[in-house]
Structure formats: structure tokens, C-alpha cells
Ligand binder design. Structure first.
Ligand code: URA
Length: 472
């Protein structure tokens, strides 16, 4: 029974149902997806009375993935198991069944391949960038036949542009909102993309030499995909430099605070220049704060920064290691990423007021390193009067809450961030609070697809918050 390369899921399902209804045993069939596979029934009618058959839902969903596997025996394996299932539907739940285990492995391989495709396809612009619908193309070499089942993901994501994903097998073409598949397109000669350097820079930024695990990295981003990914150009160099960079990071690791207090406080005074006399009193009070134990180990309180006339206020969690030492919010790694994304979202950081829910750095000391610890609810509540005072001084039109601690401090709700991100909520006094990720979440994400998706979402939240603040 020859299977088509396009639309194989429906074709296999219809064929298998027909054979099963007419009691055709697996050994009477030869399945294949190549030109050489014999078409046993020659496209003719199946003989015999069809009887109703029911197939467990779990099998249908598994088969819908397995049909895209590259193993030429996949159709035969599926049908042989389906045949056994007729009289023993409980087999679907039998973990010891070898046939089922083999199919589950194939299903998993296909899912993994779809996941890689979503993460590693890199489009290049092939049309006029000023055209009403811009045009992009990518070359990708999946391990399994995953273009067709994954194309809807790209159609949802890039619905307002035309794009093509070429593969050595079946290619996906999305034009004017319509998706189709084409067989055997030759490999196109794709131009370099202006965004390529951006990918390289982004990858260099999120690469942490101290956390380098080559095995995990090559398993998450297998080498076979590297050649079509611009950012992979940086990988070998980053791996080679990693030990030296990690050593340098360890040597530069901050020592514990007290010796630096004076210097840091002098810096703090310089950056507090946008405060009026009224707000200067608040700064002095926060500096003396002992409302929770966090002041004991921190170098200093870190105050908000930015014009008190700002329409947009951005609230993070608490100062990190560098912020604690230098007395300024968002200047360490998370702050630098925040700056970069805020800039691409059209935010001028100098026009926004940036602060934290908690003003002292909470950490545990491990050797010479100070490891960040999230503040607990009591600490957030203890610090809340200072945040409220800042809000009173600045009177922002909109506040962006970055991360769960800020969202809790501003709204009193500790609901999970995943259910709230991108939503506009409100403070008890009605001020709009747009909830988004904390930039350190983007830094921590190991999975490139998750990182890219989170970065896109974060950038669009920042842009939206900025836009709402100008409007109100
Ligand atoms: N993370 C925060 O939430 N705030 C900072 O100031 C730095 C890192």
C-alpha cells in the first residue's frame, strides 16, 4: 500500500480503517512510502463487507505523530498494533508491551523533531522589505517528516507574512494566508539576513561560560542544525573561551559588602539627582530602613531611578549583586538585557522610572559568591510602603510589573505568572499594572525556543506598556 508524502496522516488513517473494517490481517499488507512500494490494491475497491470498528482515542493521537517518523516500517508497525488492539483495547495502557513501547519512542522522536524545528528554523528575507506582505524563506533538514505537522505553528506565528520552509523532502509554502505543501523543491540559494548578527549577539549575551555543559547543549541544539543557524557561528569560539571567562568571572566575583558601603553610598547620592527635596527625605528614610532583616546583610538600599514626571514606572523584584554594590537598579546582567530589549521596544529608559519591589539585596553567601534569593511575602509586604511612596511621588499612568514579586507587591495577587503575563491588572487604587516576565527569566531559560518566545513576549509587553502610558 503506497502512502503519499503529502497528507499521509489522513491517507494512512483511511487506509488502515478500510483494512480493519474488512478484516485484512497485517501479514497480507505491504506498506511503504517510496515509489518501490507495491500498491497492493492498485487503487481498486476493497472487497468484502465493512464492519464497524472503534479505535481508542489514544491510538489515534499516537498514530497522528508516528506517521511522520522516517522509519519506512512505521505504517506496518502501526497497523500491526492496531490489529492487536481490536480484541484487546487495554493494550494501549500496557507499559510492558514492546510494540507499544516502540511506537511511543517513535512518537517521542517526532515530537522532539517538531520541537527542534520550531526552535531552529531561521528565515531569511527574500522579497521587498517594503512590500505589503513581506516574504521569507528558510532551509531546514529535519530528521523526520515534520514539515507538514509543524507548519501550522509557523502559520499562526507568521500569519501576516509570506514564507516558505524548504526541506530535502516536502516543503511548506504559505502565501496570502494559504498553506500548501510541495514535493522535491531544489535547495534555494538564500541571502544572508540582516538579523543574523542580531542572533549572534543575542546568543553571545545569553551564553553563560560558568554554566557551560557541552553535552546538554549539543543534545538540546544538535550539531546537525548548526550549519543553518547564524548564531551557531559563535559557538566554537564561546566554548573555547569558556574556561578562561569562567575563571575571570570567579576572580572578579564580589567580596562581601562592608568595605564598600561608603563608596557605594556616594554613588547613590549622584544618581539620586532627579529627586526633589521632598523625595530626598524619602531616600534618607529608606536608607535607614530596618523593617525586615534584609538590611543587615545588604550593602545599601537601592532606590528607584528616573524622572519623577515619568508616565511609565517599571518595577522589578529586588537589587542583584551589582546593583547592591553600585546602588543603582538594573545595571547587572538582567538589567543589561532589560535595557537592550526595552530599547528595541522603543522605550527610552531615561523617560521611565525604574525601581524594585524590595530595596535590599537578599542572598546567601557561598564562598566569595553571593547567590540571589527571592524575597518572601513578608519581606515584600515590609517594603511595600516605600514602593507606594515612590508611586505617590511619580504618579505613573501605567506600571509594568516584571516578575512575580513585583506583581504581588503591586496587586496583592500571588497567582502564577504564566496565567497573567501580558494582562493589564490594577492596583487597589486603580492604577493600571501590566504584568510581564522578569528579564532574569529570559537569562535562565535553557531551551532556545522558550527563550525566544519569552523574549518576544517580554518585548511586546514593554512596548505595550510604553504605548499605554503615552496614551493615558
Ligand atoms: N533584578 C531586579 O529585579 N532588579 C534589579 O535592580 C536587578 C535585577
Amino acid at each position: 500500500m503506497k502512502m503519499p508524502r503529502i497528507g499521509v496522516a489522513e491517507a494512512w488513517r483511511d487506509a488502515a480503517r478500510g483494512f480493519l473494517q474488512r478484516n485484512v490481517p497485517p501479514e497480507a499488507l505491504i506498506w511503504g512510502d517510496t515509489e518501490t512500494a507495491p500498491d497492493l490494491f492498485g487503487g481498486g475497491e476493497l472487497r468484502g463487507e465493512a464492519r464497524e470498528v472503534t479505535v481508542p482515542k489514544g491510538f489515534v493521537s499516537m498514530a497522528n505523530s508516528v506517521v511522520w517518523h522516517s522509519d519506512p516500517a512505521r505504517f506496518a508497525k502501526l497497523y500491526a498494533f492496531l490489529w492487536r488492539l481490536r480484541d484487546a483495547p487495554h493494550l494501549m495502557a500496557d507499559r510492558g508491551d514492546r510494540d507499544l513501547a516502540a511506537l511511543r519512542r517513535m512518537e517521542k522522536n517526532v515530537h522532539r523533531c517538531q520541537h527542534k524545528m520550531k526552535a531552529f528554523v531561521r528565515f531569511r528575507e527574500i522579497g521587498d522589505p517594503d512590500a505589503q506582505r513581506r516574504s521569507f524563506a528558510a532551509w531546514f533538514e529535519p530528521t523526520h517528516h515534520t514539515v507538514e505537522p509543524t507548519a501550522q505553528f509557523f502559520a499562526r506565528r507568521f500569519g501576516d507574512m509570506d514564507w516558505r520552509i524548504y526541506t530535502p523532502d516536502v516543503s511548506a509554502v504559505f502565501e496570502d494566508g494559504a498553506l500548501r505543501f510541495v514535493e522535491d523543491c531544489p535547495r534555494p540559494d538564500l541571502p544572508e539576513d540582516a538579523n543574523e548578527q542580531l542572533w549572534v549577539t543575542y546568543f553571545q549575551n545569553i551564553f553563560n561560560p560558568a554554566r557551560l555543559k557541552i553535552k546538554a547543549m549539543t543534545s538540546e541544539m544538535p550539531k546537525k542544525y548548526w550549519k543553518n543557524m547564524p548564531e551557531a557561528a559563535a559557538i566554537s569560539e564561546l566554548i573555547a573561551e569558556a574556561p578562561a571567562r569562567a575563571r575571570a568571572m570567579a576572580e572578579a566575583a564580589p567580596t562581601l559588602p562592608p568595605a564598600r558601603v561608603k563608596q557605594a553610598q556616594a554613588q547613590q547620592a549622584r544618581f539620586a539627582s532627579s529627586w526633589t527635596r521632598d523625595t530626598a527625605a524619602l531616600v534618607a528614610e529608606v536608607d535607614k530602613c530596618t523593617r525586615c532583616p534584609l538590611h543587615c546583610n545588604a550593602t545599601q538600599a537601592v532606590h528607584g531611578e528616573g524622572p519623577t514626571s515619568a508616565r511609565l514606572m517599571i518595577v522589578g523584584e529586588q537589587p542583584g549583586d551589582m546593583e547592591d554594590l553600585q546602588g543603582r537598579p538594573f545595571i547587572g546582567p538582567a538589567g543589561q538585557l532589560f535595557d537592550e530589549i526595552a530599547k528595541s521596544a522603543g522605550i527610552d529608559r531615561g523617560q521611565a522610572y525604574v525601581t524594585n519591589a524590595v530595596k535590599h539585596f537578599k542572598y546567601v553567601a557561598r564562598g566569595r559568591r553571593r547567590i540571589h534569593q527571592s524575597p518572601n511575602r513578608t519581606e515584600i509586604v515590609a517594603c511595600k510602603p516605600w514602593l507606594e511612596e515612590e508611586i505617590r511621588h511619580v504618579s505613573p499612568r501605567v506600571i509594568i510589573a516584571m516578575g512575580a514579586s513585583a506583581a504581588f507587591a503591586l496587586t496583592g495577587s500571588a497567582a502564577p505568572l504564566k496565567d497573567r503575563r501580558g494582562r493589564v491588572e490594577h492596583k487597589a487604587d486603580g492604577v493600571a499594572v501590566l504584568v510581564t516576565y522578569h528579564p532574569s527569566y529570559l537569562l535562565r531559560a535553557q531551551d532556545p525556543e522558550v527563550a525566544v518566545r519569552a523574549r518576544d513576549a517580554f518585548q511586546s509587553d514593554l512596548a505595550r506598556g510604553w504605548e499605554l502610558a503615552q496614551r493615558h
